[in-house]
Design a protein around this ligand. Structure first.
Ligand SMILES: NC(=O)c1ccc[n+]([C@@H]2O[C@H](COP(=O)([O-])OP(=O)(O)OC[C@H]3O[C@@H](n4cnc5c(N)ncnc54)[C@H](O)[C@@H]3O)[C@@H](O)[C@H]2O)c1
Length: 328
């Protein structure tokens, strides 16, 4: 297939672009490089530009005879979206709408979208299923839900079929340790643990150890970035097989606690990784993990990697590139 990958210089997009190219698809990346890195794109064609630029998107699609768009380009910091909601609606909704409109006008009929478990907010039952209530608790999650709805209507009105993948917590790195999550931009647990392990931060703060979970710390569903990448390949196959638009959770279905992550990181890295327990953060649910049966059955996808591989690949990446791509 001939595929345009937006945000393909970023963390998940670059792993996915590489996987698609490796399996024989033609891939062209569109990224503003606001957060991504040229080096993450490797040898694939990269167009430095924005999803907001409809004429550019149409030209790229026409020039490369693009059949499908895989859309990662967005801002992703839920906390920042609470202090600057306009930034998130402008880029995540406005940029996506311009991209979708341009792709549709240029004749694209297959679209895969990076959604998020944040569309559920605090789940009322676990594991979370696709049909459960959608109650985002921050502008970031809301911006993704709005795009899911835009896509639903572009299918109903224009026949643009789409798959929205609701990722749980993306984590881990390339198996060779040469591509991973930017240590400077993240507020997620595993990169923070790695920052302490590499001596870039003195101590890991554990937000709450009095939750009603197995060991009192928060529980999340960590999904390896390569499993996420594979889910996009399966979603493209699903659309190529003329299946109707749909939405899938992409998680392992297993929750890991903060203390379990910390212990695994200490064991694998051989570092002390000091931690201190501080109060809960407002708005953090005790536990979130996916029911992934729909993706298993509908996409023929299943996760290959667990917490051990997530931590060991992340450790390799962070140890070799503690400041990310620029400092190598
Ligand atoms: N990382 C996670 O745990 C997670 C979880 C759920 C959903 N997601 C979603 O997955 C997608 C990818 O996340 P990531 O972790 O790889 O983030 P990332 O920040 O590493 O990658 C996003 C990329 O998009 C680019 N970009 C942003 N706005 C753009 C625009 N308007 N035009 C062109 N390029 C633009 C950035 O330069 C960056 O390279 C995002 O949509 C994010 O919301 C991520």
């Amino acid at each position: 297939m001939r595929i345009l990958v937006t945000g393909g210089a970023g963390y998940i997009g670059s792993h996915t672009a590489a996987l698609l190219a490796h399996r024989g698809d033609f891939v062209v990346v569109l990224d503003s490089l606001e957060h991504g890195y040229r080096r993450a794109v490797g040898g694939l064609p990269l167009i430095v530009g924005s999803t907001h630029d409809g004429p550019l998107v149409r030209e790229v699609i026409g020039h490369h005879a693009i059949e499908a768009v895989v859309h990662f380009a967005a801002y992703k910091a839920a906390g920042e979206s609470m202090t600057d909601p306009g930034k998130y609606f402008e880029n995540n909704v406005g940029g996506s709408l311009r991209l979708i409109a341009a792709a549709n006008a240029a004749g694209v009929r297959k679209f895969v979208f990076s959604s998020t478990a944040a569309v559920y907010g605090t789940p009322s039952t676990l594991p979370v299923k696709e049909g459960d209530a959608l109650r985002p608790e921050n502008p970031y999650g809301e911006s993704k839900l709005i795009v899911e709805q835009i896509l639903k209507w572009y299918d109903a009105c224009h026949g643009l079929r789409s798959v929205a993948l609701r990722y749980f917590n993306a984590a881990g790195a390339a198996l060779d340790g040469e591509n991973g999550e930017d240590p400077r931009q993240v507020a997620n647990l595993i990169p923070l643990v790695m920052k302490v392990a590499t001596g870039r931060a003195p101590v890991l703060r554990v937000f709450g150890a009095d939750y009603p979970t197995k060991d009192g710390s928060g529980v999340r569903d960590y999904i390896h970035v390569l499993d996420l990448a594979e889910a996009h390949a399966r979603a493209l196959d699903f659309l190529a097989a003329d299946k109707p638009s749909d939405v899938f959770n992409v998680g392992t279905g297993q929750g890991a606690s903060v203390f379990e992550v910390l212990e695994a990181a200490r064991r694998i890295s051989g570092q002390d990784i000091p931690a201190e327990i501080v109060g809960r953060r407002p708005g953090d649910p005790a536990a979130v993990f996916a029911d992934n049966r729909k993706a298993r059955e509908g996409l023929g996808w299943s996760p290959r990697y667990g917490l051990k591989e997530i931590i060991s690949t992340a450790w390799q990446w962070h140890r070799r590139h503690p400041d990310g791509f620029d400092q190598v």
